[in-house]
Ligand binder design. Sequence first.
Ligand SMILES: Cc1cc2nc3c(=O)[nH]c(=O)nc-3n(C[C@H](O)[C@H](O)[C@H](O)COP(=O)(O)O)c2cc1C
Length: 241
Amino acid sequence: MKRRNLNLKSLFFNNHSQKSKDVHDRFSGMFATFMLIFVSTFFGAKAQTSIELPAPDKKGGMPLMQALNQRHSSRNFSSKEVTLQQLSNLCWAAWGFNRPEDGKRTAPSSMNKQEIELYVVLKDGAYYYNAREHRLDLIKKGDLRSYCGRQAFVAKAPVNFIYVANMKKAGVNKPEDITPEILMTSYANTGFIAQNTYLASVSEGLVCVVRGSIDKTALEKALELSPLHKVILGHTIGYEK
Ligand SMILES: Cc1cc2nc3c(=O)[nH]c(=O)nc-3n(C[C@H](O)[C@H](O)[C@H](O)COP(=O)(O)O)c2cc1C
């Protein structure tokens, strides 16, 4: 890259070394502006490709029995955004590593295959929850919330979790080898994660509803998932209206 820039500069200046200082200065200014735009665009775009989540608050939250007492589904969402700390707590509670040294998580999974992946669909884009780094990695820019479910509130709520089974992690290598039994195991694994999300939402003063009513083929296409990634359930989260 450096070499290319130097060559670019010489293309601008060396062949025109006889021209006046004014022209030289003008080209120098143009070159500097070009480099500034190039560098800021490149690094700016890179900075937006992931959202670093703050550390989850593992000591706070509502007492478990109170959270269970208040757990319920709601379909009445305001468009108020959740905070980054709330998002961090929700992701970690749902499917974060609680024993990173053993590579184990807040929810159980059959034979510890951990094939469920958590996608977080926000107003500005769809992200993969990178649990190891506790970070949201952008997979697609733009508002994809309307793909997340057939009910109208889904497109207006600030957060949609999408639980996706990565069949490769479940030991399946070809789409035609995905059986109802394998999918059933992924549904069971997702159930534990979804209940974590319910309890964490209550604890954060938020409401939510887990959902199966999704055009899964359309959503998998919108998220550009591979044929070995299967959408299992969605989970809409936000403030009650
Ligand atoms: C597997 C599953 C799929 C669900 N799908 C939907 C759905 O597509 N849309 C919806 O509004 N609620 C859905 N729900 C939420 C249930 O309707 C809700 O849990 C039930 O009415 C009991 O209410 P509660 O959660 O407040 O106890 C689903 C729940 C489960 C467990």
